[in-house]
Design a protein around this ligand. Structure first.
Ligand code: SAM
Ligand code: SF4
Length: 330
């Protein structure tokens, strides 16, 4: 699949649920109304649509959410998708998780062919953790991380840089991740979804500033390493681990974008930062065969836009997009 700007689409992210056991302050409002179950693609439909993408050239699949590991019976989907790894139709099956259920599932994930996981953790301070997630317990996530390590999964930590919340801790996170043998990626807050009280401008901490501060303690060597994602990486000389920066607002990464995103209701977004979307649920439900859905996917890719228009500034102090990250998947 090649889009109008010559980019080959090889990476699909799928949000398998909009639900979550946490309510992170930058991601969700305290009171969220979730989708009725009937709106969601079934696990069978998710398997069909992912398999259609794989036939069309997707090589890397990431399940996300919401929290993917709270969807009932989610392991059956991992297991089915794992068959594409065995036939080498797929290079990588992975997930982004808040880690709360990892202790339970790490071994099974490994068994399904998963080799790497991204785990979100913004702070190491138990109280701050509960404040940021509004209902999480850090011990649960740390147990999950230990289980992932024991199962032989490579771990990458995602941490959102939040002004006045974890900004004083980011350097310690680098030390901790280095000690644990985890790569680490810092993410700038993106203006997605109404999150209630706080404004994005209050949370926004530019990573250019974070990087300059880190350099007072760490030697950051530039690296060509790319994962096909938007992160730019350096190697932390003192720990030998990779450190990534995802800066959607200060750095435009669209020219190398190889990905599309599917929501749990079967809506395909060709760009995280644009509203244009294609419905794949109707073609999936219209027939048992997959021709209609493959046709809809091809048609959607043919209108993948060139880039996004996120802006956070004083004039645009409101979500640039109405939908939450938990809908499209981070
Ligand atoms: N629940 C899983 C988790 O937290 O890893 C997967 C879904 S979550 C939406 C995926 C990633 O998006 C997480 O790393 C989270 O920190 C990040 N995220 C959520 N809302 C964000 C926002 N407004 N700006 C930047 N990153 C955000
Ligand atoms: Fe849940 Fe992940 Fe959003 Fe936090 S960032 S509320 S864990 S979906």
């Amino acid at each position: 699949m090649i889009d109008p700007f010559g980019r080959t689409i090889t990476y699909l992210r799928v949000s398998v649920t909009d639900r979550c056991d946490f309510r992170c302050v930058y991601c969700m409002a305290e009171e969220m109304s979730f989708l009725p179950k009937a709106e969601l693609l079934t696990l069978e439909e998710l398997d069909r649509v992912c398999s259609a993408f794989i036939r069309l050239g997707v090589r890397k699949l990431r399940l996300t959410g919401g929290e993917p590991l709270v969807r009932r019976n989610i392991m059956s989907l991992f297991r089915r998708l794992g068959r594409h790894l065995e036939t080498a139709a797929l290079d990588e099956l992975t997930l982004t998780t808040n880690g709360s259920q990892l202790a339970r599932y790490a071994d099974e994930l490994r068994d399904c062919g998963v080799r790497r996981v991204n785990v979100s953790l913004d702070t190491l301070d138990p109280q701050k953790f509960t404040e940021i997630t509004r209902r999480g317990r850090i011990e649960q996530v740390l147990e999950g991380l230990a289980a992932a390590k024991r199962a032989g999964l490579q771990v990458k930590i995602n941490a959102v840089a939040l002004r006045g919340i974890n900004e004083d801790e980011l350097s310690d996170l680098v030390a901790w991740a280095g000690g644990e043998g985890f790569d680490l990626v810092f993410i700038e807050v993106m203006p997605m979804g109404d999150i209630g009280g706080e404004t994005r401008l209050d949370q926004y901490l530019p990573l250019s500033l974070v990087r300059a501060r880190l350099q007072q303690r760490w030697t950051l060597d530039d690296s060509d390493y790319r994962t096909g994602g938007p992160a730019r990486y350096v190697t932390v000389r003192e720990t030998g681990r990779r450190l990534g920066f995802i800066t959607p607002l200060t750095h435009n990464f669209c020219e190398s974008c190889n990905r599309v995103r599917l929501t749990c209701t079967g809506t395909l977004y060709m760009c995280l930062g644009q509203e244009d979307a294609a419905d794949l649920r109707a073609p999936l439900r219209q027939s048992e065969g997959d021709e209609a859905v493959e046709q809809a996917i091809r048609e959607a890719i043919s209108r993948k836009p060139k880039g996004h228009d996120f802006v956070i500034d004083r004039r645009h102090n409101r979500p640039a997009l109405a939908r939450h990250m938990s809908v499209t998947g981070g």
